[in-house]
Design a protein around this ligand. Structure first.
Ligand code: ADP
Ligand code: ZN
Length: 224
């Protein structure tokens, strides 16, 4: 893909409902731009595995499809994006997830003399499509790469195509929890579209079709 079109854009937020393909596209962008991919969901799951009091607390929310309290999410994520970490930029997936988190991020970046360059909304309006995608999703235990059992991604029987790790179904990808997560997105995260639209940084890309289709649209939208 033409990396040149993307140069000079290094602080990016990916927005979109659960199942829109943010993680997959974030990895593509991360490779194209050479800036790290930071996923709040992956971080939450890493903390959960540690079986610490904090991990157990986080699990109490994620298992139900609810947002982890802002103080935890904000502290965890600002540590990743503020100096000394990731000075050259980042691609954020899953954070910010509500207005309060967005304001905290903006304020911290502005204290560093920087700001977000672009916000990309990956749009899928058909809720049934989201539920179907999430229902077919399995994730690598080792590197967290998402795979799809509905045939959208290269799948080798229960094994990650990237690292050979074991694929498993996330606790929160069961249908009842999936529906809660979509509702939480609509209520809390969707208002961010308007929030970022005001600063004219928002790009919109259709999330339907194949992974490559969406990647192509994404790169094109950056150069438009
Ligand atoms: P999705 O597949 O819905 O994009 P993620 O992997 O991004 O899910 O997040 C999984 C869960 O982790 C969320 O349902 C939520 O409980 C928690 N979480 C992730 N990011 C945040 C955040 N920024 N604020 C609060 N909770 C979060
Ligand atoms: Zn893997």
């Amino acid at each position: 893909m033409s990396g040149s079109a993307l140069k000079g854009t290094s602080r990016i937020i990916l927005l979109g409902p659960p199942g829109a393909g943010k993680g997959t596209q974030a990895e593509m962008l991360s490779r194209e731009l050479g800036v790290p991919y930071v996923s709040s969901g992956n971080l939450m799951r890493k903390y959960q595995e540690e079986e610490s009091p904090l991990g157990r607390k986080i699990k109490g929310y994620t298992d139900q499809g609810l947002l982890v309290p802002d103080d935890i999410a904000i502290e965890m994520m600002l540590k990743e994006v503020l100096p000394p970490r990731n000075l050259g930029g980042f691609i954020l997936d899953g954070f910010p997830r509500n207005i309060h988190q967005a304001e905290a991020l903006d304020e911290s970046l502005s204290r560093q003399g920087t700001s977000i360059d672009r916000v990309v909304l990956i749009k899928i309006e058909d809720v049934e499509e989201l539920v179907r995608r999430l229902g077919g999703r399995v994730v690598c235990r080792r590197c967290q790469t998402p795979h799809n059992l509905n045939g959208a991604s290269p799948g080798t029987e229960g094994v990650c195509h990237r690292c050979g790790g074991e694929l498993y179904t996330r606790q929160d990808d069961v249908p009842e929890t999936t529906k809660v997560r979509i509702k939480v997105y609509e209520m809390q995260t969707q208002p961010l579209i308007e929030y970022y639209n005001r600063t004219a940084k928002l790009l919109e890309v259709q999330g339907t079709g194949s992974v490559d289709d969406v990647s192509r649209r994404l790169v094109e939208s950056f150069s438009a």
